[in-house]
Design a binder for this molecule. Structure first.
Ligand code: ADP
Ligand code: ZN
Ligand code: ZN
Length: 731
């Protein structure tokens, strides 16, 4: 056997093992390279992860690899290392993690595309006039021209499609060119960022933040800045510096569909240098963007979670915007956190990592306080406005009618009369319902855990999802005797109720249902910007990064549902939501108000509400977490067991728990199994086991060993086991 004559290959299968193949003579295979191999009776596409001199497979059984579709590795050594780390950390099969990181076409063995330079398009003076004078009739044409923000700004077709939320074809653009409304330009992808027309004087805080990024400090940076404090501007300058140093920038954002303007804003600063990567792209577009980043043709990669794994030849900076957003955590399959792996990637590639948010997670704040991250603040807004104060409305005094109290309605009336807009927010996060008394605010708790019991609509029992405790559902409040309710109300009903109170006022609803169609969100956002007095009702979607000038009031209808929900992070998410929502109000010169309806105005969390001082708000929560050994003071993992029958799910969960107990390290606690909050999904039943440990090592060693031992056992077909390390939600 020649030296390094064996390729160790992973395949896109839920298997932990590597497969050995002989490398044919005069073929060169290297780690990170795709390879086609015989597998069973067919063929498969794999990735070489290592080379070896010998194999445990007997010589005569060892099969030979087939030709690779690539001339060399398509993954850089650091991305390969990052994925190997990720697969270990999240206890997920390496093959699935690695192949899942490739664009779908490459996973199936397609050839890497040859890149052709893409033209940029900009508005001509004639196009500008046509737009201003309303000569453009066609809806598509109008959408395209409008997506080009200003005279002089040039965008490529992919960015245009994303900003316009339209699948724009080359034909569309040629038509507009024939009209004389659009023209093509080209940009040098490696040129330093051109001077921008937006020439602010940076605030001293912004200057300091930019100066604090240093390739010599290996620590990640937390950029904590109140909404509207100019974080995006700071990212753009940092990116420009990195590009000027000949480096590439990875810019991760939680979701592109909800903030289409951001992509346009970045592309405008770096014309022709941005590769956009998100799931809304057509497969071919995504593959070309990926390849352009991998070739170094595009210097800035803007993308959602999965863009983290794009190989970059000249990495220089990683930005994670809105680092608190749970969209960075993949919720099925390979359950990685793109934010946490971004920090790892920064270490591996020795590049600075900037995590930005107005409302950082407890984990990130904790790391900053411990000095593991540097901590930079933007405390003021460049325009001098302040996020509004937060007031509460006591629902025990003012009982809500269809969710709305009289003081909220009065405040809305007043705001609308001043020509301002009202945002009414319904926190629908977490479907689990708590059993609560609307009379005195009592909530049903588990006797053994710091957790509320939850009830399912059709069920007669109340259950604790941390330990499995169950009890018959109480009908009356043990404190005051009133009939108990479980909470839950939808945005549509709220919209109807508001329409009855304000029949003359335009009402816009924003939630997943109302923006399902392509372009619906942009249309709604446009309408909000154009209207004066109006009511916007919706879910947390309202609070995402949008910049609206006329929001005078933000009302949160049922803040308790989030603050006192069973789920681990519900409280944290609700506090973030309040601060983010408050950030929408008072952007104009008139200031704004935030009103929260609650049955617990005296609770420490409610008394501490101060949208201008988010970290202070978190203090009671941090104390709670510390006392309970929960993150960031302890580490969690969930093991979910799923089967077609409830009894089978439970039986196998008991078996898995047995393996975990048998291999238990350190102070690890095995809690459960208990039925998952969503016990039945798609006619399957789910049980879960929660692992908690003060030391991360104890958690990982136990999981690795227990997983190994349960994998050697023959579980019946149809039983599925999933591991979620650092879960965002226990639901
Ligand atoms: P964030 O990302 O923190 O919400 P942005 O970067 O979007 O904030 O900035 C908020 C607004 O302030 C934007 O309209 C932006 O153009 C403007 N802005 C940012 N920095 C400055 C500055 N130094 N001077 C004036 N305006 C600024
Ligand atoms: Zn009561
Ligand atoms: Zn319990």
């Amino acid at each position: 056997m020649p030296e390094n004559g064996i390729a160790q290959v992973v395949l896109d299968r839920p298997l932990d093992r590597l497969f050995d193949y002989r490398i044919p003579d005069d073929t060169d295979l290297r780690p990170g390279q795709r390879v086609r191999v015989p597998f069973g009776r067919g063929e498969a596409i794999g990735i070489v992860v290592a080379l070896a001199n010998q194999s445990d497979v007997p010589e005569n059984k060892l099969r030979e690899a087939l030709p690779s579709p690539d001339p060399g590795p398509i993954l850089t050594p650091t991305v390969l290392e990052l994925l190997r780390f990720g697969a270990r950390y999240y206890h997920h099969p390496l093959g699935e993690a690695l192949l899942g990181a490739l664009p779908p076409g490459l996973r199936r063995g397609h050839l890497v595309p040859t890149l052709t330079p893409e033209p940029l398009w900009r508005l001509t003076p004639a196009g500008h006039t046509a737009l201003a004078e309303g000569q453009v009739r066609g809806r598509r044409q109008l959408a395209i021209l409008r997506a080009l923000p200003a005279l002089g700004a040039a965008l490529d077709r992919t960015t245009l499609s994303t900003t316009a939320a339209l699948q724009i074809t080359a034909k569309d653009l040629r038509q507009l060119e024939t009209h004389g409304w659009l023209e093509q330009t080209r940009a040098d992808p490696r040129a330093p960022a051109p001077p921008t027309s937006i020439d602010y004087t940076l605030t001293p805080e912004q200057e300091a933040a930019i100066a604090a990024v240093s390739p010599d400090d290996p620590r990640p940076m937390l950029l904590e800045g109140v909404t509207g404090s100019g974080k995006t501007e700071v990212y753009l300058r940092m990116a420009a510096d990195a590009v000027a140093r000949g480096r590439q920038v990875l810019f991760l954002i939680p979701e592109i569909a909800l903030t289409p303007q951001l992509a346009g804003r970045i592309q405008q600063r770096f014309p022709g240098q941005v590769a956009l990567l998100h799931s809304g792209l057509a497969e071919g577009e995504r593959l070309r963007a990926w390849e352009a980043a991998r070739q170094g043709e595009r210097r800035i990669v803007v993308g959602t979670r999965s863009a983290l794994f794009v190989p970059l030849p000249e990495p220089g900076l990683i930005i994670v915007d809105e680092e608190h957003d749970s969209a960075f955590k993949q919720q099925d399959g390979f359950r990685y956190s793109a934010r946490d792996l971004a920090v790892k990637r920064g270490q591996l590639e020795r590049t600075p990592v900037v995590l930005g948010s107005a409302t950082p997670t407890l984990e990130t704040l904790h790391a900053a306080r411990q000095g593991r991250y540097t901590h930079v603040h933007l405390r003021t807004r460049p325009d001098g406005t302040q996020p509004p104060g937060v007031e509460t409305i006591d629902t025990r005094v003012h009982s809500p009618d269809e969710g709305l109290t009289a003081p909220l309605l009065d405040a809305m009336q007043q705001t609308l009369a001043e020509g301002q807009q009202c945002f009414v927010l319904l926190n629908r996060r977490g479907f689990a319902r708590v059993l609560t008394c609307e009379g005195c605010g009592w909530v049903a708790d588990c006797p053994d855990c710091d957790a509320h019991l939850t009830v399912h609509a059709h069920d007669r029992r109340a259950i604790c999802h941390l330990c499995g405790h169950q009890e018959p559902r109480a009908e009356h409040c043990p404190e005051c005797g009133e009939t108990l309710a479980h909470r839950g109300r939808g945005t549509q009903r709220l919209e109807q109720a508001l329409a009855r109170h304000f029949p003359q006022t335009p009402i816009i609803r924003l939630d997943r249902d109302s923006v399902r169609h392509k372009g619906a969100l942009e249309a709604a956002l446009d309408r909000i910007r154009q209207l004066d007095a109006a009511i916007v009702v919706g879910t947390q979607m309202l609070a995402k990064g949008h910049d609206f000038p006329r929001v005078g009031l933000v009302g949160v209808v049922d803040v308790d549902q989030g603050l006192f929900s069973v789920d681990l992070r519900a409280t944290e998410h609700t506090l973030q939501l309040i601060v983010q929502a408050a950030g929408r109000a008072g952007r104009g010169d008139r200031g704004g108000r935030v009103l929260l309806q609650t049955g617990h105005p005296d609770h420490p969390l409610m008394r501490g509400l101060d949208a201008g001082n988010y970290p202070a708000m978190l203090e009671p929560l941090l104390a709670e977490r510390e006392a309970a050994g929960l993150p960031p003071y302890g580490h969690l993992a969930l093991v979910r067991v799923e089967a077609a029958e409830a009894a089978a799910a439970h039986r196998h969960a008991e078996t898995i728990a047995g393996h975990l107990l048998a291999t238990r390290h350190g102070d690890l606690r095995v809690l459960g199994p208990a039925p998952a909050p969503r016990h039945r999904v798609n006619r399957r039943f789910r049980e879960q086991i929660l692992l908690r440990a003060a030391e991360r090592q104890a958690l990982h060693r136990t999981l690795a060993q227990a997983r190994h031992s349960w994998q050697t056992e023959d579980l019946p077909r149809g039983v599925r086991i999933a591991i979620d390390v650092d879960p965002v939600s226990l639901a």
